[in-house]
Design a protein around this ligand. Structure first.
Ligand code: ADP
Ligand code: MG
Length: 338
């Protein structure tokens, strides 16, 4: 069976000469959650728009479920759902009316829209609020409604461009829960873009880090982190000043331990390849066997932040606007529609 999405050497140069995507190659497996992680301007939205046939690539090949998008954009559009970076929800309509319009757009029958509309609104926790105007919705509800609209025609692949942009952390987590359910219960393939590290880390099976139109790394979040350095375990014994060398050399001999650094402040640092959590019980056992009591033991994992810094030499700056930012982009979008 073909991959859900295959992209080979995608290049997109906008009129005026901006090279937004500069030779990107990746594929997304069926039922995978795949994330593009990168800062503003990296080329994430441009890539999505090319993949779903909204933009013509300058060069490259794109196949969605084995179908060449360049040859058959209509087929592709019917099998995918797309929630743009700017929500397409109309404030002056109720939740249900927004959904209904979207259903008509896909030429679904009234009965189909009723059946499917109830299903997606319930799925996204909006059923009770369906008769309220969208202008009374919170930022998180607007985004949920927008994603629900993208699901009305039962797509097999869902494209989410910055699904939690500008939302607070709690609201983001709620949306992550909904995205995970789509994959688990509805066996969807999900391609999302984000510039939030935690989002890519928490949600995706694999992450492509994109910077200036180029994929600089692509792997599982765990493998990306493991590649730049292992876990770090910090350890403090209860009785300061007692000889610890015996314990530390036994720890050093454990498989997977890369380095043990005895520290003057009483906190010893143990660098391990990976799976630090599995080594902690071992370390506790060694200490107690040698009659040493551990006062505290902590595990720190390298974050995707560390990974990003490693591959690009720069920090991702978080643009944080909240509901206002979301509304601004939405107004822009509505003006375009009118
Ligand atoms: P991202 O989604 O990662 O923030 P985009 O794909 O929106 O990045 O943009 C990538 C680059 O292409 C940026 O430099 C942006 O300014 C430029 N760009 C985006 N859309 C257009 C357009 N319609 N015309 C010209 N340049 C564009
Ligand atoms: Mg974008």
């Amino acid at each position: 069976m073909s991959a859900a999405i295959e992209v080979e050497n995608l290049v997109k140069i906008y009129k005026g000469g901006v090279k937004a995507v500069d030779g990107v190659t990746f594929s997304v497996r069926r039922q995978e959650i795949f994330a593009f992680l990168g800062p503003n301007g990296a080329g994430k939205s441009t890539t999505i728009k090319c993949v779903i046939g909204l933009l013509h690539p300058t060069s490259g090949v794109i196949r969605v479920q084995g179908v060449d998008v360049g040859h058959d954009p209509g087929v592709v559009k019917r099998t995918i759902g797309y929630a743009a970076q700017e929500t397409a929800v109309d404030d002056r309509l109720t939740g249900w009316e927004n959904l209904y319009l979207q259903g008509r757009f896909y030429r679904l029958s009234r009965a189909e829209i009723r059946r499917r509309g109830e299903e997606v609104l319930r799925l996204f926790g909006l059923w009770e609020r369906r008769r309220d105007l969208a202008e009374t919705y919170s930022g998180g509800m607007l985004k949920r409604l927008d994603i629900a609209c993208a699901l009305i025609h039962r797509p097999q692949i869902l494209f989410l461009d910055e699904p939690t942009l500008g939302l607070d952390v709690q609201t983001r987590r709620v949306i992550w829960g909904y995205i995970e359910r789509l994959r688990e219960e509805h066996r969807m393939t999900i391609f999302l873009t984000t510039h939030y590290m935690e989002e890519a880390d928490a949600l995706s099976d694999r992450v492509a880090i994109i910077d200036r139109g180029v994929i600089v790394a692509l792997d599982t979040p765990g493998a990306l982190k493991a590649r730049i350095g292992g876990d770090l375990i910090t350890l403090r014994f209860a009785a300061d000043g007692t000889p610890v060398e015996g314990v530390l050399s036994a720890i050093r001999a454990l498989p997977g331990v890369r380095e043990v650094r005895p520290a003057s402040g009483g906190i010893h640092r143990i660098v391990v390849e990976q799976h630090g959590d599995r080594l902690i019980p071992e370390i506790v056992r060694i200490a107690s066997k040698q009659g040493m009591e551990i006062a505290s033991i902590r595990l720190k994992r390298p974050t995707l932040d560390d990974v990003y810094l490693h591959y690009t030499g720069r920090d991702i700056r978080e643009a944080d606007g909240g509901r206002e930012e979301l509304l601004k982009t939405r107004r822009m979008r509505m003006r375009i529609r009118r």
